[in-house]
Design a protein around this ligand. Structure first.
Ligand SMILES: NC(=O)c1ccc[n+]([C@@H]2O[C@H](COP(=O)([O-])OP(=O)(O)OC[C@H]3O[C@@H](n4cnc5c(N)ncnc54)[C@H](O)[C@@H]3O)[C@@H](O)[C@H]2O)c1
Length: 334
């Protein structure tokens, strides 16, 4: 049993990772600043579930704030860090660049430097499929060039990989970067298409179908991702510096995705076909050979099964889901 620090523990992926670690008997120190990128009540609701475990410590802190972070490292001396806190979202980065600078660049350097100073055994962090940016070769392999990020979000995630490389090179620190591909599931993110489309269908509002529905995404179910992250935190045979895709290896066209949502929910979508958005990539498709070889990663949730789980959760949590919508509407009026 050890102490593992999970940043972004009140976020979607961090919540699942923290829960899986707690279920294995680990002590988890969860960090999050509960910011209002989306309704903080959703983050608090996830945190409440984690708090049912006596070995979970929740700390409300902004990782770009070095002083408190130093104290936390001193007090808890984690043996492993799983760094998932970040300003997520591609489109939001077009209008809010400084949020990415603060959390994804300053916050990342603070975290990795503290991890180094406290000699953590392993530093696992979230990268993203968005680093493949302008790549046209499919599926995306970790050996492909990644010099053409097409959003600031992607550029910060690629920067994280380069900074991690430097820390491995200079200090022999073990750093494992995981490139996630469109993660979805219950307790997910309201800014992502699976949630915002379902909500629009429920309220009979039009949905914008970018690139006329031709974009393809490698939707990856949260339970599969969590299994992959747990392996990255625990398996022995990893190199000192790793970059590993965690995707589903089964890209789906946006139009087929909408059809599945309609079939499974019994609701109809009002589709507004629009051109591609700046910052968007046309297709994401993960090669998972490396994840399979190094982590034993084998995603096993077909999109329809995962969406069914998400829709069931969305219906069960109607008051929380309504609060998330009200919060977003109140923000957009400001
Ligand atoms: N969900 C996906 O499809 C996906 C895809 C690729 C990469 N990622 C990456 O995976 C990680 C987790 O994403 P997620 O989907 O769970 O997003 P999320 O927004 O639900 O979780 C991120 C959490 O980090 C917290 N956070 C942000 N800035 C912070 C700061 N400065 N200090 C402390 N806490 C802060 C937020 O409050 C949030 O709870 C992120 O690094 C994201 O960029 C996610």
């Amino acid at each position: 049993m050890s102490t593992i620090m999970v940043t972004g523990a009140a976020g979607f992926i961090g919540f699942y990772v923290a829960q899986a670690l707690l279920d294995r008997g680990e002590t988890v120190v969860g960090l999050d600043d509960f910011n209002s990128y989306y309704d903080p009540r959703l983050k608090v609701a996830r945190e409440e579930i984690l708090k049912r475990h006596s070995s979970f410590v929740s700390i409300n802190v902004d990782i770009s704030d070095l002083g408190p972070l130093e104290t936390i490292f001193r007090n808890y001396s984690p043996s492993v860090v799983c760094h998932l806190a970040a300003q997520a979202g591609v489109r939001y980065s077009l209008r809010n660049p400084y949020a990415y600078q603060k959390s994804n660049l300053e916050g990342f350097v603070n975290l990795i430097e503290q991890a180094k100073q406290h000699s953590v055994d392993r530093f696992v962090y979230a990268s993203s499929s968005s680093v493949y940016g302008g790549n046209t070769k499919l599926p995306y392999s970790e050996d492909d060039p990644v010099e053409t990020p097409v959003s600031l979000y992607a550029a910060t995630k690629r920067s994280n990989e380069l900074i991690a490389y430097t820390y491995t090179h200079l200090w022999d620190m073990q750093t494992i970067g995981l490139r996630f591909f469109t993660v979805y599931g219950p307790w997910g993110r309201p800014d992502m298409a699976y949630w915002s489309f379902l909500e629009a269908m429920q309220y009979r509002e039009p949905i914008k179908v970018f690139n006329y529905g031709r974009n393809r995404r490698d939707f990856t179910y949260i339970d599969d991702v969590t299994t992959g992250v747990l392996a990255a935190l625990t398996v022995d045979k990893l190199d000192k510096y790793e970059i590993i895709n965690l995707g589903n290896n089964q890209p789906v066209e946006l139009m087929d995705f909408i059809n599945s949502l309609e079939d499974l929910s019994g609701l109809k979508a009002i589709k507004e076909m629009v051109p591609a958005q700046p910052g968007d990539v046309v297709a994401t498709f993960a090669s998972i050979d490396r994840a399979s070889r190094k982590l034993g990663f084998k995603p096993s949730t077909p999109l329809k099964d995962g969406l069914r789980q998400f829709i069931r959760w969305y219906e069960d949590q109607s008051s929380l889901v309504k609060s998330v919508r009200d919060f977003r509407l109140s923000q957009s009026r400001e």
